[in-house]
Write a protein that binds this ligand. Sequence first.
Ligand SMILES: Nc1ncnc2c1ncn2[C@@H]1O[C@H](COP(=O)(O)OP(=O)(O)OP(=O)(O)O)[C@@H](O)[C@H]1O
Ligand SMILES: [Mg+2]
Length: 344
Amino acid sequence: MTDTPQVPPQVPPQVPPPVAAASLPVAAIQTIGLTKVYRGVVALADLDLRIEKGDAFGFIGPNGAGKSTTIKILSTLVRPSGGRAEVCGVDVTQRPDAVKPLIGYMPDVLGIYDDMLVQEYLEFFAAAYRMRGLTRAKKIDEVLELVDLTGKRMEPVKGLSRGMGQRLGLARCLLHDPAVLLLDEPAAGLDPRARIEFKELIQELRRQGKTIVISSHILSEIGEMCNTIGIIERGKLLFSGPITEAKRRLGQEQGRVVCVRVTEEGDDGRSTTALLDLFRGHPDVAAQREGGRGEVLIRLRDGVVDTSFLARDVVRAGLHLIHLAETEMSLEDVFMHVTKGQVA
Ligand SMILES: Nc1ncnc2c1ncn2[C@@H]1O[C@H](COP(=O)(O)OP(=O)(O)OP(=O)(O)O)[C@@H](O)[C@H]1O
Ligand SMILES: [Mg+2]
Protein backbone atom coordinates (compact mmCIF):
# COMPACT_ATOMS: atom_id res chain seq x y z
CA MET A 1 0.00 0.00 0.00
CA THR A 2 2.96 2.31 0.48
CA ASP A 3 3.08 4.58 -2.55
CA THR A 4 5.85 6.82 -1.28
CA PRO A 5 9.21 5.42 -0.22
CA GLN A 6 9.95 5.84 3.45
CA VAL A 7 13.12 7.84 3.86
CA PRO A 8 15.24 8.19 6.97
CA PRO A 9 14.90 11.39 8.94
CA GLN A 10 16.92 14.22 7.42
CA VAL A 11 16.16 16.86 9.98
CA PRO A 12 17.25 16.28 13.58
CA PRO A 13 14.19 15.31 15.60
CA GLN A 14 12.99 18.13 17.78
CA VAL A 15 12.30 17.71 21.45
CA PRO A 16 8.51 17.68 21.39
CA PRO A 17 6.57 19.60 23.99
CA PRO A 18 3.92 17.71 26.01
CA VAL A 19 1.33 16.28 23.63
CA ALA A 20 -1.79 18.01 24.89
CA ALA A 21 -2.12 20.55 27.60
CA ALA A 22 -3.72 18.94 30.62
CA SER A 23 -6.85 21.07 30.24
CA LEU A 24 -7.52 19.98 26.65
CA PRO A 25 -9.17 16.70 25.69
CA VAL A 26 -7.22 14.35 23.45
CA ALA A 27 -7.52 15.63 19.89
CA ALA A 28 -8.47 13.38 16.98
CA ILE A 29 -5.34 14.65 15.26
CA GLN A 30 -2.45 16.60 16.59
CA THR A 31 0.85 17.43 14.95
CA ILE A 32 3.64 19.27 16.67
CA GLY A 33 6.50 20.78 14.68
CA LEU A 34 5.81 18.25 11.93
CA THR A 35 8.44 18.44 9.21
CA LYS A 36 9.01 16.49 6.02
CA VAL A 37 11.91 16.94 3.65
CA TYR A 38 12.00 14.92 0.43
CA ARG A 39 15.53 14.92 -0.97
CA GLY A 40 16.05 18.59 -0.24
CA VAL A 41 12.44 19.64 -0.94
CA VAL A 42 10.76 20.92 2.21
CA ALA A 43 7.21 19.58 1.95
CA LEU A 44 6.20 20.36 5.55
CA ALA A 45 7.83 22.99 7.73
CA ASP A 46 7.08 22.86 11.43
CA LEU A 47 3.38 22.12 11.11
CA ASP A 48 1.31 22.46 14.29
CA LEU A 49 -2.18 21.19 13.67
CA ARG A 50 -5.00 20.23 15.99
CA ILE A 51 -8.28 18.67 14.87
CA GLU A 52 -10.92 17.97 17.49
CA LYS A 53 -12.94 14.75 17.62
CA GLY A 54 -16.13 14.93 15.58
CA ASP A 55 -14.89 17.76 13.35
CA ALA A 56 -15.11 17.72 9.58
CA PHE A 57 -11.86 19.44 8.69
CA GLY A 58 -11.26 20.81 5.19
CA PHE A 59 -7.60 20.81 4.31
CA ILE A 60 -6.95 23.33 1.57
CA GLY A 61 -3.93 24.86 -0.12
CA PRO A 62 -2.32 25.29 -3.54
CA ASN A 63 -0.77 22.39 -5.47
CA GLY A 64 2.32 21.10 -3.70
CA ALA A 65 1.38 22.77 -0.39
CA GLY A 66 1.85 19.57 1.62
CA LYS A 67 -1.71 18.28 2.09
CA SER A 68 -1.12 14.77 0.76
CA THR A 69 2.17 14.57 2.65
CA THR A 70 0.43 15.41 5.94
CA ILE A 71 -2.32 12.89 5.24
CA LYS A 72 0.21 10.18 4.34
CA ILE A 73 2.16 10.80 7.54
CA LEU A 74 -1.06 10.53 9.56
CA SER A 75 -1.84 7.32 7.66
CA THR A 76 1.56 5.92 8.76
CA LEU A 77 2.67 5.57 5.10
CA VAL A 78 5.33 8.28 5.13
CA ARG A 79 7.81 8.88 7.93
CA PRO A 80 8.18 12.45 9.10
CA SER A 81 11.66 13.99 9.05
CA GLY A 82 11.00 15.79 12.33
CA GLY A 83 8.35 16.68 14.89
CA ARG A 84 5.52 14.34 15.71
CA ALA A 85 2.00 13.40 14.72
CA GLU A 86 -0.68 11.68 16.76
CA VAL A 87 -4.06 10.18 16.00
CA CYS A 88 -6.35 10.05 19.06
CA GLY A 89 -3.26 10.50 21.21
CA VAL A 90 -1.31 7.64 19.58
CA ASP A 91 2.04 8.51 17.97
CA VAL A 92 2.09 7.53 14.28
CA THR A 93 5.83 6.88 14.12
CA GLN A 94 6.22 5.06 17.41
CA ARG A 95 3.01 3.00 17.28
CA PRO A 96 1.88 2.71 13.66
CA ASP A 97 0.13 -0.61 14.32
CA ALA A 98 -2.02 1.02 16.98
CA VAL A 99 -2.85 3.93 14.65
CA LYS A 100 -3.94 1.81 11.67
CA PRO A 101 -7.23 0.57 13.22
CA LEU A 102 -8.11 4.17 14.11
CA ILE A 103 -7.86 5.56 10.59
CA GLY A 104 -9.47 5.05 7.22
CA TYR A 105 -7.23 6.47 4.50
CA MET A 106 -8.53 7.16 1.03
CA PRO A 107 -5.65 8.04 -1.29
CA ASP A 108 -5.94 10.52 -4.15
CA VAL A 109 -5.39 7.63 -6.56
CA LEU A 110 -7.00 4.28 -5.85
CA GLY A 111 -4.20 1.96 -6.89
CA ILE A 112 -4.42 -0.96 -9.27
CA TYR A 113 -6.51 -3.97 -8.35
CA ASP A 114 -7.97 -4.37 -11.81
CA ASP A 115 -8.37 -8.12 -11.92
CA MET A 116 -10.54 -8.27 -8.82
CA LEU A 117 -14.29 -8.10 -8.55
CA VAL A 118 -15.70 -5.38 -6.29
CA GLN A 119 -16.68 -8.06 -3.75
CA GLU A 120 -13.20 -9.63 -3.87
CA TYR A 121 -11.56 -6.24 -3.47
CA LEU A 122 -13.48 -5.59 -0.26
CA GLU A 123 -12.92 -9.18 0.94
CA PHE A 124 -9.20 -8.65 0.45
CA PHE A 125 -9.10 -5.52 2.60
CA ALA A 126 -11.53 -6.91 5.21
CA ALA A 127 -9.25 -9.92 5.55
CA ALA A 128 -6.30 -7.57 6.01
CA TYR A 129 -8.22 -6.07 8.94
CA ARG A 130 -8.63 -9.63 10.26
CA MET A 131 -12.39 -9.63 9.77
CA ARG A 132 -13.84 -13.08 9.18
CA GLY A 133 -16.99 -15.06 8.47
CA LEU A 134 -20.37 -13.52 9.02
CA THR A 135 -18.99 -10.27 10.48
CA ARG A 136 -16.99 -9.74 7.29
CA ALA A 137 -19.90 -10.56 4.98
CA LYS A 138 -22.26 -8.27 6.91
CA LYS A 139 -19.79 -5.39 6.96
CA ILE A 140 -19.17 -5.68 3.21
CA ASP A 141 -22.94 -5.60 2.57
CA GLU A 142 -23.22 -2.57 4.83
CA VAL A 143 -20.47 -0.51 3.20
CA LEU A 144 -21.61 -1.40 -0.33
CA GLU A 145 -25.09 -0.22 0.61
CA LEU A 146 -23.72 2.97 2.16
CA VAL A 147 -21.79 3.97 -0.98
CA ASP A 148 -24.53 2.69 -3.30
CA LEU A 149 -22.45 0.04 -5.05
CA THR A 150 -24.49 -3.05 -4.10
CA GLY A 151 -25.46 -3.53 -7.74
CA LYS A 152 -21.80 -3.57 -8.81
CA ARG A 153 -20.70 -6.27 -6.37
CA MET A 154 -19.86 -8.83 -9.08
CA GLU A 155 -18.31 -6.33 -11.53
CA PRO A 156 -14.55 -6.16 -12.05
CA VAL A 157 -12.94 -3.14 -10.38
CA LYS A 158 -11.55 -2.10 -13.77
CA GLY A 159 -15.10 -1.82 -15.13
CA LEU A 160 -15.98 0.92 -12.64
CA SER A 161 -16.16 4.55 -13.67
CA ARG A 162 -13.90 7.01 -11.87
CA GLY A 163 -16.69 8.13 -9.55
CA MET A 164 -17.60 4.56 -8.70
CA GLY A 165 -13.93 3.86 -8.04
CA GLN A 166 -13.90 6.77 -5.58
CA ARG A 167 -16.93 5.35 -3.83
CA LEU A 168 -15.30 1.93 -3.67
CA GLY A 169 -12.24 3.60 -2.12
CA LEU A 170 -14.46 5.13 0.53
CA ALA A 171 -16.18 1.78 1.15
CA ARG A 172 -12.78 0.21 1.65
CA CYS A 173 -11.75 2.71 4.31
CA LEU A 174 -15.02 2.26 6.22
CA LEU A 175 -14.70 -1.54 6.57
CA HIS A 176 -13.02 -1.52 9.97
CA ASP A 177 -15.20 1.32 11.31
CA PRO A 178 -12.34 3.75 11.97
CA ALA A 179 -12.75 6.80 14.20
CA VAL A 180 -10.88 9.10 11.82
CA LEU A 181 -11.25 9.30 8.04
CA LEU A 182 -8.41 10.79 6.02
CA LEU A 183 -9.76 11.51 2.56
CA ASP A 184 -7.37 12.92 -0.03
CA GLU A 185 -9.41 14.66 -2.75
CA PRO A 186 -12.28 12.21 -2.41
CA ALA A 187 -14.76 14.10 -4.57
CA ALA A 188 -12.46 14.58 -7.58
CA GLY A 189 -14.08 13.12 -10.67
CA LEU A 190 -17.55 12.72 -9.23
CA ASP A 191 -20.54 13.79 -11.31
CA PRO A 192 -22.90 16.39 -9.82
CA ARG A 193 -25.35 13.80 -8.48
CA ALA A 194 -22.53 11.71 -7.03
CA ARG A 195 -21.12 14.85 -5.38
CA ILE A 196 -24.42 15.55 -3.65
CA GLU A 197 -24.64 11.92 -2.55
CA PHE A 198 -21.05 12.08 -1.34
CA LYS A 199 -21.86 15.16 0.71
CA GLU A 200 -24.79 13.36 2.30
CA LEU A 201 -22.56 10.39 3.01
CA ILE A 202 -20.07 12.63 4.79
CA GLN A 203 -22.88 14.13 6.86
CA GLU A 204 -24.06 10.63 7.80
CA LEU A 205 -20.52 9.64 8.83
CA ARG A 206 -20.28 12.78 10.96
CA ARG A 207 -23.56 11.88 12.63
CA GLN A 208 -21.92 8.55 13.47
CA GLY A 209 -19.32 10.59 15.37
CA LYS A 210 -16.39 10.16 12.99
CA THR A 211 -13.72 12.79 12.56
CA ILE A 212 -13.23 13.54 8.88
CA VAL A 213 -10.30 15.21 7.16
CA ILE A 214 -10.95 16.11 3.54
CA SER A 215 -8.39 17.66 1.24
CA SER A 216 -9.91 19.29 -1.78
CA HIS A 217 -9.56 22.13 -4.25
CA ILE A 218 -13.32 22.48 -4.53
CA LEU A 219 -13.82 25.14 -1.91
CA SER A 220 -17.59 25.43 -2.21
CA GLU A 221 -17.79 21.75 -1.32
CA ILE A 222 -15.45 22.15 1.64
CA GLY A 223 -17.65 25.04 2.74
CA GLU A 224 -20.71 22.81 2.69
CA MET A 225 -19.19 19.68 4.20
CA CYS A 226 -16.78 20.98 6.82
CA ASN A 227 -17.05 23.02 9.99
CA THR A 228 -13.32 23.73 10.32
CA ILE A 229 -10.50 24.34 7.85
CA GLY A 230 -6.75 24.45 7.67
CA ILE A 231 -5.06 26.50 4.99
CA ILE A 232 -1.56 25.38 4.11
CA GLU A 233 0.97 26.87 1.71
CA ARG A 234 4.52 25.70 1.06
CA GLY A 235 4.37 23.37 4.04
CA LYS A 236 3.28 26.06 6.49
CA LEU A 237 -0.10 26.34 8.17
CA LEU A 238 -1.50 29.80 7.49
CA PHE A 239 -4.85 29.42 9.24
CA SER A 240 -6.62 26.74 11.22
CA GLY A 241 -10.01 27.03 12.87
CA PRO A 242 -13.75 27.23 12.29
CA ILE A 243 -14.84 28.40 8.83
CA THR A 244 -17.08 31.00 10.47
CA GLU A 245 -14.05 32.41 12.28
CA ALA A 246 -12.01 32.59 9.04
CA LYS A 247 -14.82 34.51 7.34
CA ARG A 248 -15.39 36.76 10.34
CA ARG A 249 -11.71 37.70 10.54
CA LEU A 250 -11.53 38.44 6.84
CA GLY A 251 -14.72 40.47 7.10
CA GLN A 252 -13.18 42.48 9.92
CA GLU A 253 -9.99 43.05 7.97
CA GLN A 254 -11.60 43.92 4.69
CA GLY A 255 -14.73 45.70 5.86
CA ARG A 256 -18.34 45.03 4.94
CA VAL A 257 -19.16 44.75 1.27
CA VAL A 258 -22.57 45.53 -0.18
CA CYS A 259 -23.63 44.27 -3.59
CA VAL A 260 -25.88 46.64 -5.57
CA ARG A 261 -27.60 45.84 -8.86
CA VAL A 262 -29.83 48.08 -10.99
CA THR A 263 -31.73 47.29 -14.18
CA GLU A 264 -29.55 47.17 -17.28
CA GLU A 265 -29.96 49.78 -19.99
CA GLY A 266 -28.77 47.77 -22.93
CA ASP A 267 -25.38 46.07 -22.99
CA ASP A 268 -23.25 49.18 -22.76
CA GLY A 269 -22.85 48.89 -18.99
CA ARG A 270 -24.22 52.42 -18.49
CA SER A 271 -26.05 51.46 -15.29
CA THR A 272 -22.95 50.11 -13.58
CA THR A 273 -21.02 53.18 -14.68
CA ALA A 274 -23.78 55.36 -13.25
CA LEU A 275 -23.64 53.42 -9.98
CA LEU A 276 -19.86 53.74 -9.77
CA ASP A 277 -20.13 57.51 -10.47
CA LEU A 278 -22.81 57.84 -7.82
CA PHE A 279 -20.70 56.55 -4.94
CA ARG A 280 -17.25 57.69 -6.08
CA GLY A 281 -15.75 59.76 -3.26
CA HIS A 282 -18.67 59.13 -0.88
CA PRO A 283 -17.42 59.56 2.72
CA ASP A 284 -18.82 56.17 3.83
CA VAL A 285 -17.38 54.22 0.89
CA ALA A 286 -13.82 52.87 1.12
CA ALA A 287 -13.69 51.27 -2.33
CA GLN A 288 -15.92 49.98 -5.09
CA ARG A 289 -15.66 47.82 -8.16
CA GLU A 290 -17.73 46.08 -10.80
CA GLY A 291 -18.66 42.56 -9.78
CA GLY A 292 -19.94 41.23 -13.14
CA ARG A 293 -23.59 40.69 -14.17
CA GLY A 294 -24.32 44.39 -13.74
CA GLU A 295 -23.32 44.36 -10.07
CA VAL A 296 -21.27 46.90 -8.20
CA LEU A 297 -19.53 45.83 -5.00
CA ILE A 298 -19.19 48.63 -2.50
CA ARG A 299 -16.82 48.29 0.43
CA LEU A 300 -17.90 50.44 3.37
CA ARG A 301 -15.53 52.36 5.57
CA ASP A 302 -14.84 50.96 9.05
CA GLY A 303 -17.53 51.84 11.53
CA VAL A 304 -20.29 52.58 8.99
CA VAL A 305 -23.45 51.05 10.42
CA ASP A 306 -26.30 52.76 8.57
CA THR A 307 -26.32 51.62 4.95
CA SER A 308 -29.69 53.12 4.04
CA PHE A 309 -27.94 55.90 2.07
CA LEU A 310 -27.11 53.36 -0.64
CA ALA A 311 -30.72 52.57 -1.54
CA ARG A 312 -31.77 56.20 -1.09
CA ASP A 313 -29.08 57.59 -3.39
CA VAL A 314 -29.68 54.95 -6.08
CA VAL A 315 -33.41 55.75 -6.19
CA ARG A 316 -32.80 59.51 -6.10
CA ALA A 317 -30.46 59.17 -9.07
CA GLY A 318 -33.36 57.67 -11.05
CA LEU A 319 -31.78 54.20 -11.28
CA HIS A 320 -34.00 51.16 -10.88
CA LEU A 321 -32.75 49.20 -7.89
CA ILE A 322 -33.30 45.45 -8.16
CA HIS A 323 -30.88 44.08 -5.58
CA LEU A 324 -29.04 45.40 -2.56
CA ALA A 325 -27.53 43.02 -0.01
CA GLU A 326 -24.47 42.66 2.13
CA THR A 327 -22.26 39.93 0.67
CA GLU A 328 -21.11 37.02 2.76
CA MET A 329 -17.42 36.16 2.57
CA SER A 330 -16.91 32.99 0.59
CA LEU A 331 -14.25 30.40 1.26
CA GLU A 332 -12.71 31.47 -2.06
CA ASP A 333 -12.35 35.02 -0.67
CA VAL A 334 -10.66 33.61 2.45
CA PHE A 335 -8.38 31.35 0.40
CA MET A 336 -7.32 34.10 -1.99
CA HIS A 337 -6.66 36.48 0.88
CA VAL A 338 -4.67 34.04 3.03
CA THR A 339 -2.56 32.33 0.35
CA LYS A 340 -0.12 34.07 -1.93
CA GLY A 341 -0.36 31.64 -4.81
CA GLN A 342 3.09 30.27 -4.10
CA VAL A 343 3.67 26.76 -5.33
CA ALA A 344 6.35 24.69 -3.62
N1 LIG B 1 7.54 11.12 -2.98
C1 LIG B 1 7.99 12.36 -3.13
N2 LIG B 1 9.27 12.61 -3.48
C2 LIG B 1 9.75 13.85 -3.62
N3 LIG B 1 9.01 14.97 -3.42
C3 LIG B 1 7.74 14.80 -3.07
C4 LIG B 1 7.15 13.50 -2.91
N4 LIG B 1 5.85 13.66 -2.55
C5 LIG B 1 5.63 14.99 -2.51
N5 LIG B 1 6.75 15.67 -2.81
C6 LIG B 1 6.89 17.14 -2.81
O1 LIG B 1 6.41 17.63 -1.58
C7 LIG B 1 5.67 18.83 -1.76
C8 LIG B 1 4.28 18.65 -1.19
O2 LIG B 1 3.58 17.72 -1.98
P1 LIG B 1 2.11 17.19 -1.62
O3 LIG B 1 1.81 16.07 -2.55
O4 LIG B 1 2.05 16.91 -0.17
O5 LIG B 1 1.22 18.48 -1.96
P2 LIG B 1 -0.36 18.64 -2.04
O6 LIG B 1 -0.71 19.80 -1.16
O7 LIG B 1 -1.03 17.35 -1.78
O8 LIG B 1 -0.57 19.10 -3.55
P3 LIG B 1 -1.78 18.80 -4.59
O9 LIG B 1 -2.82 19.83 -4.29
O10 LIG B 1 -1.14 19.03 -5.91
O11 LIG B 1 -2.24 17.39 -4.39
C9 LIG B 1 5.73 19.13 -3.26
O12 LIG B 1 6.80 20.02 -3.49
C10 LIG B 1 6.02 17.78 -3.87
O13 LIG B 1 6.72 17.94 -5.07
MG1 LIG C 1 -2.26 16.13 -2.90
